[in-house]
Design a protein around this ligand. Structure first.
Ligand SMILES: *[C@@H]1O[C@H](CO)[C@@H](O)[C@H](O)[C@H]1NC(C)=O
Ligand SMILES: *[C@@H]1O[C@H](CO)[C@@H](O)[C@H](O)[C@H]1NC(C)=O
Ligand SMILES: CC(=O)N[C@H]1CO[C@H](CO)[C@@H](O)[C@@H]1O
Length: 404
């Protein structure tokens, strides 16, 4: 019996050893081909015709390759963009995913954040997040790694190949543009994301020399920032009179633009935990309170950002550029342009009608810019109380009149 057991162990050992040798014997391209989960990425690799760099073992490389499942999650527009890459663009794509003459393992990321460069000089921003909850698999405190906001597959990382290391990606990362965040503003299509942001650029450009430093921060390519950018669609929701007014009020505009900037770091949506706050770009002063830019993730599907009293949704995030990352949002941060009264009439018509019947002084108070905070019952709330027999909405206005 002992003998059988021993030969069994030996056989297992030989099998494992052989597997190990085979794995080592393959270069990165062969490893991708034999796995089967990387056919979409391989199409780009073949189109790029970078066989010099990618076959054989002479040059050591580290490659980040997205898996087919990541491609399948993309919008039609982004898939089409990937399918139609020219050879030159395919080369740019592959090189942006490659560290040249480098053997990079994820253990090299010591802190929570690390900046590095790909072989064509595009940034690679690494972040690390430790899960603090049990999930369905029961794993506790698993460490997750991200590159340019794309999650690295924990079950397919640090793959040792003859010519370097391979890491599988669960998301397709945006190829960083070679230009600054500022230059990104005037590109209508941002890596397969059709989101013109020219109105925000126009706003930013109206800052004159003495208020120019947020614009310089967007332009400088040797520092890093996170920039939230309202889309043209978001900006055109603001009546043009309010936009024009903001362009003229430089002091306010300066604060508003800085409310859109997290300096010194590329903050991506997935590695950031719910309610994490960052100082905005506005210079710290003795008598000013720091404004915090807070990332909110109340559920799995939506990511929000709150800054200077406004909360916006990130509609297209993680667009990487030479000096950081750009997130497209659906509102201008930091500019409360509607009076309280206008907000009420938009969101709670029933309450609005009651105010219409109220004392003119109250109406005036709500309409003029002031520190008024009103807790507005929504139409739904009114619906609920309207069904209660002892509530008469028509007489409620008398009590509102007595409110002050
Ligand atoms: C693809 O990935 C899954 C896990 O993500 C793995 O179980 C499977 O074996 C992989 N496919 C191939 C062909 O290696
Ligand atoms: C980037 O940001 C968006 C938010 O718009 C999010 O849905 C997406 O999953 C993020 N990740 C990547 C890798 O793009
Ligand atoms: C209609 C209504 O609810 N009226 C109330 C308004 O408030 C006074 C007290 O200030 C009550 O006595 C009324 O019943």
């Amino acid at each position: 019996m002992g003998r059988v057991n021993r030969s069994f162990v030996l056989v297992i050992f030989i099998v494992l050893f052989t597997e190990f040798c085979i794995a080592q014997d393959q270069d990165i391209k062969q490893t991708l081909e034999n796995n089967g989960n990387f056919t979409r990425f391989l199409q780009i690799l073949r189109k790029a015709q970078l066989d010099q760099e990618f076959a054989g073992s002479r040059t050591k490389l580290t490659l980040f390759a997205f898996q087919n499942s990541a491609y399948d999650q993309l919008s039609l527009e982004r898939r089409r963009k990937i399918d139609q890459l020219s050879q030159i663009d395919a080369q740019t794509f592959i090189r942006a995913h490659t560290m040249f003459k480098r053997e990079f393992q994820l253990d090299n990321i010591n802190g929570a954040y690390l900046e590095d460069k790909s072989m064509n000089g595009r940034p690679l921003y690494f972040s690390k997040k430790t899960e603090s909850n049990f999930n369905f698999q029961g794993t506790f405190g698993a460490t997750l790694y991200y590159v340019n906001g794309a999650q690295i597959n924990n079950h397919y990382k640090n793959k040792y190949c003859r010519n370097g290391y391979l890491h599988g990606l669960l998301d397709v990362m945006h190829v960083p543009i070679a230009d600054s965040a500022y230059m990104y503003l005037s590109q209508d299509n941002k890596d397969g994301v059709n989101e013109p942001t020219r109105l925000f650029k126009k706003l930013v450009d109206s800052l004159t020399l003495s208020y120019y430093d947020p614009v310089l921060a967007m332009q400088k390519i040797d520092t890093t920032l996170t920039l939230f950018v309202p889309s043209d669609k978001a900006m055109s929701k603001i009546p043009s009179t309010y936009r024009d007014r903001l362009e003229r009020e430089e002091e306010t505009l300066y604060k508003v633009v800085y409310a859109h900037i997290i300096p010194g770091q590329a903050v991506f949506t997935e590695p950031t935990v719910h309610n994490h706050g960052f100082r905005d770009g506005y210079p710290a002063g003795s008598n000013t309170k720091d404004n915090r830019v807070i990332i909110r993730k109340p559920n799995l599907d939506h990511v929000y950002v709150n800054s200077l009293r406004v909360t916006a949704e990130i509609t297209n995030g993680n667009l990487t550029c030479r000096n950081g990352v750009v997130h497209i949002i659906d509102k201008l941060l930091g500019y409360v342009f509607y009076s309280v009264r206008e907000e009420i009439s938009k969101y709670a018509r029933q309450f609005d009608q009651i105010i219409n019947r109220a004392n003119p002084d109250i109406v005036k108070g709500l309409t003029e810019q002031s520190q008024t905070t009103v807790f507005v019952p929504t139409d739904e709330a009114f619906q609920n109380i309207a069904n209660l027999p002892w509530i008469d909405l028509n007489t409620m206005n008398q009590n509102i009149t007595n409110m002050n």
